[in-house]
Design a protein around this ligand. Sequence first.
Ligand SMILES: [Zn+2]
Length: 343
Amino acid sequence: MSLKVKVPIAWLGAASLVHHAAVVCDGGRVAYAGPSAAAPPADDLLEIDGFLMPGVADRHVHIRLADPGAVLLGGVTAVRDLAWVPDEIFELANASELPTFTGPVIRAAGPMLTAPGGYPTASSWAPPGTGRELAGPEDAAAVVTELADHGAAAIKVSLNSEAGPTPSDAELAAIVTAAHERALPVTAHVQGKGQAERAVGAGIDEFAHTPWSERLSDVVLASAARRMRIVSTLDILTFGEVTPDLRTACDNLVRFREAGGTVVYGTDLGNGAIPAGIHVREALLLHEAVRMSPEEVLAAMTAGPLAVGGPADLIVLGSDPLVRLEALGDLRVVVRAGRIVPG
Ligand SMILES: [Zn+2]
């Protein structure tokens, strides 16, 4: 069954705003996206007064601590899980590819690679197996290969010196080399003085959170901006309050962006009071505290444009978030794999 969604305005991706637009979904893929006058016919038509955009992608979640159905119904059509028990999470990730799955498409890192006794092995949120304790560089490389064979979407490393020991520089080097051999990015939880610099020096690809434990130097940020990206997760530092940690993180993120760095939206769903679905406060922090334009925020919240051949995952909002980002909280329709998600 094909579906045509017809709206007065659609943001198909960066610099692609179309008035009187239509998106045609067929077989879970986008068959057409553009002016409605030129759209091909479809079996079903949904004509709705609203603002259409790609479904939201959350690049940092712990989906087993949330309700996948509520996440999808809340407008998030794709998530990346950054630390869970590997057997459980890879099975769920495989299941999420089926059209019958009630939830977003899940991609997963598997466990967080850490030192013996390191974070998160003693954390109450993390069941046994969420942290994988490394026994030297050879073991680290072998673990990466094992995770790559299981379909890991990224490799997550724990550099949290406030919560215990961290992997050695030799282990970090082995992880990065092995991951890059398999074309996998390495993402790091950095917490504690000097850990962000270690991540940059080791050639890690991404900060899984905006670094908040210290104000990073312009030199470190410039070097990070050249080849790393940052997953925002700002609201976990505050849950709506203004805290010193939030100020430090925003200061780092503003200067990272000024140096040309890329920021993507992520919430760390599962950690504290983060709602399932689109987290409007995270979007507002990116706009108000990090000074990203509404369009830059939408780009950070989506995995790519709605384009022919791409996944037919989209949402319709009641009003225009480019005018007022709070519109992200006024969700009218969610379409995943070309099907309207029942409310
Ligand atoms: Zn997390």
